[in-house]
Ligand binder design. Structure first.
Ligand SMILES: [Zn+2]
Length: 592
């Protein structure tokens, strides 16, 4: 392990949720949500279509009050499990909460279903009523699932079987990968520690780490192939039962974006794959290598060996956020001073990073594994963006606070851009500036090009599973290599080992179709940032309002006041051209 770089004591305090897994308030909240749900069902079940506007508004308020305590308990158990996935008591509590949430969902299902089934004439009248103004958007959102819903009895069965079906497989996958150890130079290391070594300046180290990771994935190949196949099949039957025309349609509907807009995004990005090759040709020269292999992609430039202590990372993130808008800096500071962040690396803690929005009556929590690299500083900047967004959007209430994935990454990526500019402005050494720019390019590539290539892989495996049946590990590997090679256009040599690296990526498992949202978010942010640079006057305040609006309107409506038109096909190209300009700037700085 690399050490926590001063973050070893940065542990979150979950006391604002509960004092621990044994806290009697947790049981009380569960019981309360059950009791309220029963009362709710006996008051409204079978009657939603008859409710007048004011009664419907009251019903929705009650609905929120049921979701709140159960969401609070669910948040706690997930967070509590994240920091020690090897503790059976935490695992058992998490499973119990998932079962509870499923039972609650079954009790409440009728409400959204009955509303979705209200005929157009009556729903139109209700939606026009001022008594429902606060919930109008949510009511509209719920109705868009109308063509894809089953009867209440069928929905109940689907919800109940979900717990031991998809949800159980996702947890199994996460536990297998959290518990996996990779043998590197006689040491047994967890995933995160091995992957961190891919950023090592020493090529031999990187190659060994890549080999150790490959070997570990090879050992798990049968399990991973089985889990992938099973979840692909589960998704196929879900889509068939719900009349979704393609594997991505359900995701697009959830993202509040139409299939054509997503297709245009994918086309625009794959159409600019040449930028990837252009960049890796430059990187080859900067590293002085004849040939670039997959394990060289993240190699730092010779001068890029800066490390950061937690306190420095904290200060830079706070200064960058305050410099943009003081209110945002203040909110960010609260996360540190109130222990809403868990950053220390320790055994049993799951990998990766997230910001969990919790429930509106509490506040978000940030989870990460800080080891002091510039990348970890960017992760903090990223998750803080989510955290501030979730914090501001709490005022929308539990039904409207969350944004769809398409705009969920806006604040996080914008936060990274702010911190990047801050770091660049402080750095005087031209070599380090170049390596920082290179880092930024690689991060942008990871979100735009890599995620789009992964979207192509996902499209290929979902389509293949549907037409060909169960897929072999080798077939997964072929599709992975094909979609990866398409992106690199020969600029990076992918070794045969790399063919198994599809099998650890959690997004394919827990959120099918998720990955394009990163590309969407990044390109949206590049466009927003360009606007901010062109005319900073009034921008931070409008941006703050965008965050505070949460998910209370369609994405294209939310970004309109900031001068962005998502329907404009030239919009994606504008962001892509900014990336190419970064590459050109790096070429100029490098003098090649
Ligand atoms: Zn994110």
């Amino acid at each position: 392990m690399n050490g926590s770089a001063g973050a070893q004591d940065v542990l979150w305090n979950l006391g604002d949720l509960y004092s621990g897994g044994e806290d009697p308030h947790l049981e009380k909240d569960l019981a309360e949500s059950d009791k309220k749900a029963d009362g709710f069902a006996s008051s409204y079940r079978g009657r939603v279509a008859e409710l007048e506007a004011a009664d419907l508004a009251r019903a929705i308020e009650q609905y929120e009050q049921i979701l709140e305590p159960s969401g609070k308990a669910g948040t706690f158990t997930y967070l509590n499990w994240s920091t020690n996935t090897e503790d059976p008591a935490r695992g058992a509590l998490l499973q119990r909460l998932q079962e509870h949430s499923s039972r609650l969902q079954q009790k409440l299902l009728f409400f959204e279903l009955e509303w979705a089934h209200v005929d157009e004439e009556r729903s139109g009248k209700l939606l026009a009523d001022p008594a429902l103004a606060r919930y109008r958007f949510w009511l509209n959102l719920t109705r868009r699932y109308r063509p894809h819903l089953r009867s209440e009895a069928e929905e109940k069965i689907l919800a109940e079987k979900y717990v031991t079906g998809r949800s159980a497989w996702v947890r199994f996958f996460e536990e297998v990968h959290s518990g996996a150890r990779y043998t590197l130079e006689g040491q047994e290391l967890p995933q995160q520690s091995v992957l961190t070594k891919l950023y090592d300046p020493d090529r031999v180290q990187r190659k060994r780490a890549a080999e150790a990771f490959t070997q570990g994935l090879q050992n798990m190949k049968r399990v991973n192939t089985y889990v992938f196949n099973n979840l692909l099949a589960d998704k196929a039957s879900d889509d068939r039962l719900r009349n979704y025309p393609s594997w991505i349609s359900a995701r697009n509907l959830a993202n509040q974006i139409d299939d054509a807009t997503v297709e245009a995004l994918v086309q625009a990005v794959t159409g600019r794959y040449a930028v990837v090759a252009r960049y890796y040709d430059l990187k080859k020269k900067l590293l002085g290598l004849e040939e670039l292999f997959d394990y060289d992609r993240y190699a730092p430039l010779p001068s890029a060996s800066r490390r950061y202590q937690w306190q420095e990372a904290r200060q830079m993130v706070l200064e960058a956020y305050s410099g943009f808008l003081p209110e945002m800096g203040k909110i960010a500071e609260t996360f540190f001073t109130n222990s809403w962040i868990d950053a220390a690396v320790r055994p049993g803690k799951r990998g990766g990073a997230y910001s969990h929005g919790a429930v509106p009556s509490v506040h978000p929590y940030i989870f990460m594994n800080f080891e002091g690299s510039p990348r970890h500083v960017m992760t903090l900047a990223h998750e803080m963006g989510h955290g501030v967004h979730q914090y501001l959007a709490r005022e929308q209430g539990i039904l409207l606070a969350d944004t769809p994935l398409t705009t969920a990454e806006t604040a996080s990526v914008f936060g990274e851009m702010l911190v990047f500019q801050k770091l660049m402005s402080l750095e005087k050494d031209p070599q380090i500036r170049l390596s920082m720019l290179v880092q930024k390019i690689e991060d942008t590539f990871a979100t735009v090009f890599r995620q789009t290539a992964m979207n192509r892989f996902e499209a290929a495996i979902h389509t293949a599973r549907r037409s060909e049946g169960e897929l072999t590990a080798e077939h997964f590997g072929e599709l992975w290599m094909k979609t990866q090679n398409a992106m690199f256009e020969g600029s990076v040599t992918l070794s045969e080992d790399y063919g198994v690296w599809w099998s650890y990526i959690p997004h394919f498992i827990h959120s099918p179709g998720y990955v394009y949202a990163y590309a969407f978010g990044e390109l949206l942010v590049l466009a927003l940032y360009a606007r901010y640079q062109d005319s900073p006057e009034g921008f931070p305040a409008a941006y703050r309002d965008l965050l505070a609006a949460g998910g209370s309107n369609w994405p294209e409506e939310l970004v309109r006041p900031l001068g962005v038109d998502l329907k404009d096909p030239g919009f994606w190209d504008k962001g892509l051209s900014m990336i190419e300009a970064f590459v050109q700037q790096a070429e100029e700085m490098a003098g090649v």
